[in-house]
Design a protein around this ligand. Structure first.
Ligand code: B16
Ligand code: MG
Length: 218
C-alpha cells in the first residue's frame, strides 16, 4: 500500500456545519414559493450543488420557474446564506477538526479542500482555517458534481499526489462514492448506516485517534 500523502477534506458537514444556514435560507425561499420544506428534506441537499438544490425544492412543491426567476432566486438565496456565513467564527469549527489539521500539517502532508460550495474560500477565511490548505477545489472549479470523482482528482493533481495516496474525509454518500471511484481511501464522517460504503466511518473527529491516523498513513 502507498504511503498516504494527501488529505482531502469536504467542507459542509466535515469542517463546519453550514447545512443549518443553507436550511434557513432555503426554507425562507420555499415559503415565498409556497412550498413546504422540512429539515428532513434539507438532508437531500447536503453535498448537492446550489442549482440542483433549487431544482429539488421545486420538485418537492411541483413547481416550475422561468430561467430568469430561477437565476434570481439562486442569487436571493445565496445573499441570505452569506449573511449567516459572515457572522461565523472559529467557534463553529467542528470538534477536533483543528487538532487533525495541525497533526497532518506538522507531519508535512498535503491538505486539500474538496467541496461543492462556491463559497468555500469565504467560509474558510471566516473561520480562520484557510492557511492550512495547500489547495482548494470548490464549486467554481468543477463541471461534474459528486459522485463524479472530478473534485477530488483535481485536488490530488494540484498537490501532485497520486489518487491511491490520498485520504478523503466526507459526510455525504455521493462524496464517499466519488472517493471510492477515484481509488482514494474514504473516511465517512457521520452515521455508519448511511455511510456504509466508506473504508472507515467515525461519528466525528473526536473519535479518530492519532494512532488510527498514524496507521492509515503507512
Ligand atoms: P453553495 P460540501 C455543499 O458543501 C453543501 O453540502 C450543499 O448543501 C450546498 O448546496 C453546496 O455545498 C453548494 O453550496 O451554495 O455555497 O455553492 O458538503 O460539498 O462542502
Ligand atoms: Mg459535505
Amino acid at each position: 500500500m502507498k504511503e498516504k500523502k494527501g488529505f482531502i477534506f469536504d467542507l459542509d458537514g466535515v469542517i463546519v456545519d453550514t447545512a443549518k444556514y443553507h436550511f434557513l435560507a432555503w426554507k425562507n425561499l420555499a415559503e415565498e414559493l409556497d412550498i413546504n420544506f422540512t429539515e428532513k428534506d434539507n438532508e437531500r441537499l447536503k453535498g448537492v450543488s446550489r442549482v440542483r438544490s433549487l431544482e429539488i425544492i421545486l420538485e418537492l412543491g411541483n413547481k416550475t420557474l422561468s430561467k430568469e426567476d430561477f437565476d434570481n432566486y439562486l442569487v436571493q438565496k445565496n445573499e441570505e446564506y452569506l449573511d449567516y456565513i459572515d457572522k461565523m467564527d472559529e467557534n463553529e469549527i467542528l470538534p477536533d477538526v483543528l487538532k487533525t489539521l495541525k497533526f497532518l500539517k506538522e507531519k508535512g502532508y498535503h491538505i486539500v479542500l474538496g467541496s461543492a460550495s462556491k463559497n468555500a474560500r469565504r467560509i474558510l477565511k471566516q473561520v480562520n482555517l484557510i492557511d492550512y490548505f495547500d489547495a482548494i477545489v470548490d464549486g467554481n472549479d468543477v463541471s461534474k458534481a459528486k459522485p463524479d470523482p472530478e473534485v477530488f482528482v483535481i485536488g490530488a493533481t494540484k498537490v501532485g499526489v497520486e489518487n491511491e495516496a490520498c485520504v478523503v474525509f466526507e459526510d455525504s454518500v455521493a462524496g464517499i462514492q466519488a472517493s471510492n471511484t477515484a481509488g482514494m481511501t474514504s473516511i465517512g464522517i457521520g452515521s455508519k448506516t448511511v455511510l456504509g460504503e466508506a473504508d472507515y466511518v467515525f461519528a466525528d473527529f473526536t473519535e479518530m485517534s492519532d494512532e488510527f491516523l498514524n496507521k492509515l498513513i503507512k
